[in-house]
Structures are given as structure tokens and as C-alpha cells.
Design a protein around this ligand. Structure first.
Ligand code: GLA
Length: 734
């Protein structure tokens, strides 16, 4: 069934996956009626009754129109609703009352874009535009809802237009509010920090408010701008899941509130903390898009929807299905100690290993011998690269490799020529000494001149130098948030204006250089959101390259992100972050399902592992295409064991990866049951030359390889009896 929007007695958005129903009440409120599996929206729906409650106020004196109990589409404070509002601010009279009633609506075949902000692509979709007005304040609120034919996705955003001749001061403007009827729900979210990004936490939603947010300037690893509200008995394969992700890379807030009548309200948008916006007469403000995913069958189905939607509608189209070059990155091989000689040597090694690309990471510009200096001075260090970067790129490419380069364009070291010339370009407040993060400050992207400067310097490099790939890094949280170019009363606009500047910058660059593969990075996964991923096709997942450290990160990432967008490399052992010693095999396998893969090893490491590396790189290359557009499944995560499945897009190949974290002896037999196979087809297990039915693999499964240091019985499937081992099953559908 195609998606449809009906606007009879109820306004309902329906496709094969869900229905989302609203209605306009007699008092003009936009009431939320239903969100869940597809239903027939007929004349009669058994609506929530208007119950008379003690100690409640009623809207405009209307009988029992108690907004505190009503499920509202875009709730505002102060007219009998005491829960978290979508909008806060001061109107022309200085009070905080905003109040919208239905005005009109239309159904659009084309999904509108959002001014200055990224949004999911339309196509086989329909959009509802609802207009609400605050007649007294002469404000117009536009709410946009898009529903797709082929995805269990609803996108929402809001826009406020000031049609009065007074300015208003906004202190909050959310993109979306969702309401769930009274019941028991859990929340699942992704939290973390540097090198431990995307950890998963699931909690029961208790009374009160549970908030995840960022006040750091970027979406950050502390909380990804993503939550899933689950029926409390929902599991991987059962139960309803309602997920939300904000397509925004700056300060955000997702507030989940269980009110006094036990319904849940989820309000998502730009973080109101330290936010204000002067909406001048005639002005308008657009909010970032929220993407809601519905699953009626648990978390697995939710993840599949996110994975395919991001590939089809969010990730840049020009890189869809394009193989991601395998690469050697200089970072953990050389750190700042790079030079022409070293890079060219490593390029030779990359050729010898069969890799596609050499990536020159940090250390190539200014006087960048450590992280105290030179961000901002993006000219090559002639002591390290006498011939310059353009010539180096040519030499690398003459060897048959692609060439990639690291930049951190949004940042500046106080010890830099740029800082000496333009101290006013830095985010700062008067009278306070700046806090440094990794010895650096943040350039103020709310300033047109700063965006222009970064654009022209990046454009110059990309035009004059044969660069195939850019690693776009960002290595600090914001502090002392203030701009030299904004008036005192507008300082609260800086956080959002920064993100608007960033989006303008990266959209201009990616449009002008469509062939360049940009990788999103922020000390690893500190800005891993759908905003960045709508411009950049892949992301550096984490600085944690130890395979065991990565397990949790990939597990968490898989709730939301397709493997297409994740980058992984084989790093050194002992690992440089946690010191863990692991085999090359485990390091290779932990990142095996990622779209972009490579190595970051020095020459001694390469020499010590040459033949194995050649085999692994051959494997990366022969699977480059099939790692795109496939399906990732979490099969097992218990005690010391983790198992994942990856099924190629055409479903002809299935990989099952098993990790034994710590070795143990005399373990019970564990079965790994595969998912999503064709039950009537047969699958050949390559390593054992055996054939199993799809139904058998799904219901009976395969045994998790036996772990033992002493029992070497050759007839059983075994893993080495040591810590941190991995095993890969490869199955071909026949
Ligand atoms: C960040 C990145 C690393 C590396 C360094 C270079 O930490 O996440 O991969 O590029 O910066 O300084």
C-alpha cells in the first residue's frame, strides 16, 4: 500500500507499517489520537474521554478541555497544560503564553527542504503541512509531517513565522512532540564518552522527566540524539518500539516525561539551555528534522528500518553503493612524526598490501609536531614535506593509490598565525580567560567571514591538490560560548548559528567537490548524528580500535546506523588506548562488517604480519561491495560472548561473527540462531563444506565455537583457547 494522508474527521497518515492519527478539537486544539500499527480510521474512533478532574483548569472555560490531560501535537505552556512544552519564550507583553489553534492544512506531494538545515530526502512519500495560529500574537506555526510508502518512518519539523510587527524572544522551539497513552514503557538510549561511544542503556520510564541532551556545542558522545521508547516487554523480536532521532549536530534535548496520568510525552529539538532567538517582525525560524521510526516487532525491526532509511534517504546519494576504498592511515603508525619519506614508504607498503588509499592524518601542516600548535594554518610544513602536499599527493597517486588528507577546519590553536591575525574569529566571552580543549579554541562559524575563510582554504586545497578523501575532524567541546559579532541580546543564538554556519560550509564544499569522499570525525564518534551523515557518507566510529572495546560501540551503533557509514581500521597491539594485546585476526574481524576498512600500522607492525595482512586486505577488497546496503543483526550478547550476523543486500551471502571475550573452560554449549534467512533455501557453510536449510539455521542454529586451550578434538568447531578470540562463519545461499 502506498502511504496516504486522509483529512476527513480525523487527519491520519497511514502506510503498511503504521498509522498516525490526529484530530482538531472543538476548541481548535490539534489532538494526538493514535500512533501504532496500521488501523482503519473510520468515522468512529473511541477517543480518550474528557474526564472531570479535581484541581484542574480547563481551556477557555470549555467543559473539561483540560490540556494537561489531552494528548497534544505541539503543546504549549500556560493554558492548563503543566507538562514539558514545545515552545518557551517571551512575547511582546513580556509573558510566556503562546497558544495555537488550527488554521488550515494541505497535502504536498514533494517533501519541502528546510532552510539552512539538512532533511531526509522525499520520494514515494507525502507531506502534510498543518498551519496553526496564535491569533493574539499573530504567530503562525507550521508543522510538517512526511510519511513514506516503503519505510516505517515519519519525519516531523516545525517552523514559526512571526506575522506581527513585534519581535518575540524564543527560549525553546522543539521540532516534535510525541504522546503515548498511559502504560509501562522503557527507554533505550546511546551514551558514552571519548573512546567509549555508543554504549547502550535501557531503563524503565519512571514518573518525572528523563532527559538526554548535549550542551557541548556538538551532538556529542555523551548522548547520541536518539532514543527508543519501548513497550516494557518489548525485546529484540517482539513488542512495539517508537524511536526518535534528531537530524542535528549541535546542542539538543530529548525530554521523556511520564505525567500525572501516566501518559508519556517525548519532546525533541534544539536544547533550550543557553538558547534564545530573537524572532523579528516578519521573521521565521525553522527547526531541525526529527525522524521517528516505528516497529511492531521489537528492536531488530527498528534497526533494519533505520539502516535502510539512512542508506536510502539520508546518506549522500552520490556515494550510495560506491565501494569505500581500503586504506592505510598514518595516525597510529606515525602520529605527528610524518614526512614525505615516511608517507611515501608507507604508500609503497600500502601498494604491497593491496590497499586502495593512503591517508595522511594529523601533523602535515604549520609547525604541527604535537597538538599544541598550528590548527588554522593549513599550509604544508615544508620541513616535513619540502615539495608540498600537492606534489606529495601526485607522488602517492603515481603509485596507483588514492590520496586522503586530515583537516580540522573548525578549530584553531592560540599558537597559530591565524589566531594572531584574527583573534576576533574565535568563540569567546569578554573578561574571561578561554578554557582550552586539546590546546585549541573553536572558530566562530556564526560569522560569515569565518565560514568564507574556511570554505576558500578547503576549496583551494581540494582544487589544487588531488585529494580523494578528507577526514574532517573536530576535537573539542565548546566553552565560553560568545561571539564577537553578535549583539549582547543575541548571544544565545550562537550555538544554533554555529551549526547553520557549519552546514552551509559543508554543503557548499560537498556540492563543489562531489567526487571527494568526506569522513565525519570528532575525536572518533563525538558528532555521530544524522545531520553530519547527511553530508558525509561515512564516519570514523571511535578512536577505540581495540576489538573488544569496539564490540560495545558497534553493538550500540547497530541500533541506528547502517554499517555502510562506519569506518574501522586494524590498529596496533598492544592497543594505544587501553593497552590490550589482541591477535590481528580479532582486530580485523571486529571491523569486518564496516563499509570502510583499512589499517593504521607502522612498518615494523606491517613487517611482522605481512602475509596475514595481505590475506586480510584481500578479504576486505573482495567484500567491499557486499558490505554496502546489507543487513546487520545482533544475535547474541551474553556474559563473555557476542555474535552478529551480516547478510548482503541480495541475501546471497551470510556472515556470522562470534567473539569470545575472555577465555573460559568447560563452558556450556551455546547455539547461535540466525535470522532473516529464506527458510526454503539452502546455505553452504564454506569452512566445513556443509549445507543447511535456512529454516534449520534459524531455528536450530549453529553451535558457538568451542573454546579450549587443551581439548583439541579436531572434529569439533573450535576457537583458540585464549582471550579475545573471534570466529567467522561464511555461508553462501545455494
Ligand atoms: C582525533 C581523531 C584521530 C586522529 C587525531 C589526530 O583524535 O579521532 O583519529 O585523527 O584526532 O589528531
Amino acid at each position: 500500500m502506498a502511504s496516504s494522508i486522509s483529512d476527513q474527521k480525523f487527519i491520519s497518515l497511514t502506510n503498511d507499517f503504521f498509522s498516525y492519527v490526529m484530530r482538531i478539537t472543538d476548541s481548535g486544539q490539534l489532538e494526538h489520537v493514535y500512533y501504532g500499527p496500521t488501523i482503519t480510521v473510520s468515522e468512529d474512533l473511541d477517543l480518550d474521554p474528557r474526564v472531570e478532574r479535581a484541581l484542574c483548569s480547563v481551556y477557555e472555560g470549555l467543559k473539561n478541555e483540560n490540556l494537561n490531560e489531552l494528548s497534544m501535537e505541539y503543546p504549549c505552556f500556560g493554558r492548563s497544560d503543566y507538562r514539558e512544552p514545545t515552545l518557551k519564550g517571551r512575547n511582546k507583553d513580556g509573558n510566556s503564553i503562546f497558544s495555537f489553534e488550527y488554521h488550515s492544512h494541505e497535502i504536498l506531494e514533494d517533501k519541502p527542504t528546510i532552510r539552512g538545515l539538512p532533511s531526509a530526502r522525499g520520494g514515494m512519500s507525502q507531506t502534510l503541512k498543518l498551519v496553526m495560529v496564535d491569533k493574539y500574537l499573530q504567530l503562525e506555526l507550521q508543522l510538517f509531517y512526511t510519511i513514506y510508502d516503503k519505510h516505517a518512518v515519519l519525519t516531523k519539523s516545525s517552523k514559526l513565522v512571526n506575522r506581527s510587527d513585534h519581535k518575540i524572544i524564543l527560549e525553546k522551539i522543539a521540532s516534535s512532540s510525541l504522546e503515548f497513552p498511559a502504560g509501562d514503557y522503557d527507554v533505550l538510549h546511546l551514551h558514552g564518552t571519548w573512546s567509549r561511544e555508543l554504549n547502550t542503556e535501557r531503563l524503565p520510564l519512571a514518573r518525572g522527566r528523563f532527559v538526554i541532551d548535549s550542551k557541548r556545542g556538538s551532538s556529542s558522545a555523551a548522548h547520541n540524539p536518539f532514543v527508543a521508547v519501548l513497550e516494557s516487554d518489548a525485546s529484540e523480536d517482539h513488542g512495539k518500539v517508537f524511536a526518535t532521532a534528531l537530524m542535528y549536530s549541535g546542542n539538543f534535548e530529548i525530554s521523556l516525561e511520564k505525567g500525572e496520568y501516566e501518559s508519556i510525552r517525548v519532546v525533541t529539538g534544539i536544547n533550550p539551555h543557553d538558547f534564545s532567538w530573537h524572532l523579528e517582525a516578519g521573521g521565521q525560524l525553522d527547526t531541525p528534522e526529527v525522524i521517528h521510526v516505528f516497529s511492531s516487532n521489537g528492536l531488530r525491526q527498528m534497526s533494519h528500518t533505520w539502516q535502510s532509511f539512512i542508506v536510502e534517504k539520508v546518506s549522500p546519494l552520490r556515494f550510495k553503493d560506491k565501494v569505500r576504498p581500503s586504506y592505510l592511515n598514518t595516525w597510529e603508525a606515525c602520529y605527528f612524526d610524518v614526512s614525505s619519506e615516511k608517507v611515501l614508504h608507507l604508500a609503497d607498503r600500502a601498494v604491497e598490501l593491496g590497499l586502495d588509499m593512503l591517508v595522511l592524518d594529523d601533523g602535515w601542516f604549520g609547525k604541527r609536531n604535537d597538538d599544541t600548535t598550528s590548527l588554522g594554518d593549513w599550509e604544508s610544513d615544508r620541513d616535513k614535506f619540502p615539495e608540498g602536499i600537492a606534489a606529495l599527493a601526485k607522488m602517492v597517486k603515481a603509485k596507483g593509490l588514492k590520496f586522503g588528507l586530515w583537516f580540522e577546519p573548525e578549530m584553531i590553536n592560540p599558537s597559530s598565525e591565524l589566531y594572531r591575525q584574527h583573534p576576533e574569529w574565535v568563540i569567546q566571552v569578554p573578561g574571561r580567560k578561554a578554557s582550552l580543549g586539546r590546546n585549541q579554541l573553536t572558530l566562530d562559524l556564526s560569522q560569515v567571514a569565518v565560514v568564507e575563510h574556511i570554505f576558500s582554504l578547503m576549496d583551494k586545497h581540494l582544487s589544487s591538490c588531488e585529494i580523494d578523501y578528507v577526514k574532517w575532524d573536530m576535537n573539542r567541546n565548546f566553552t565560553e560560548l560568545g561571539s564577537t559579532s553578535l549583539a549582547a541580546e543575541r548571544q544565545g543564538e550562537l550555538g544554533h548559528r554555529y551549526i547553520l554556519g557549519l552546514y552551509e560550509l559543508i554543503s557548499r564544499l560537498t556540492e563543489k567537490h562531489p567526487e571527494v569522499l568526506f569522513e565525519n570525525c570528532a575525536s572518533g564518534g563525538n558528532r555521530m548524528d544524522l545531520g553530519m551523515l547527511s553530508y558525509f557518507p561515512q564516519t570514523w566510529t571511535s578512536d577505540m580500535c581495540d576489538p573488544i572495546g569496539r564490540l560495545e560501540i558497534i553493538h550500540g551503533a547497530s541500533y541506528l546506523f547502517p554499517m555502510d557509514v562506519l569506518a574501522a581500521y586494524i590498529g596496533p597491539s598492544p592497543n594505544h588506548q587501553n593497552g590490550r594485546v589482541t591477535s590481528l585476526d580479532s582486530r580485523f574481524l571486529a571491523g569486518f562488517f564496516c563499509g570502510a576498512r583499512g589499517i593504521s600500522l607502522n612498518e615494523a607492525d606491517i613487517d611482522a604480519n605481512l602475509e596475514d595482512l595481505k590475506t586480510y586486505i584481500q578479504k576486505i577488497k573482495s567484500t567491499q561491495q557486499e558490505m554496502l546496503g546489507g543487513r546487520f543483526d545482533r544475535l547474541l550478547k551474553r556474559d563473555n560472548r557476542v555474535s552478529w550476523q551480516f547478510t548482503t543486500r541480495d541475501q546471497s551471502k551470510v556472515y556470522v561473527l562470534c567473539f569470545q571475550i575472555l577465555s573460559a573452560t568447560n563452558l556450556p554449549i551455546t547455539r547461535v540462531r540466525l535470522v532473516g534467512l529464506e527458510k526454503k533455501r539452502k546455505y553452504r557453510l564454506l569452512s566445513e563444506d556443509k549445507t543447511y536449510g535456512g529454516d534449520t539455521l534459524m531455528h536450530m542454529g549453529l553451535t558457538f565455537p568451542h573454546v579450549s586451550a587443551w581439548n583439541k578434538t579436531s572434529s569439533i568447531r573450535r576457537m583458540d583457547g585464549r582471550d579475545f578470540t573471534a570466529y567467522l562463519f561464511e555461508l553462501n545461499r545455494i
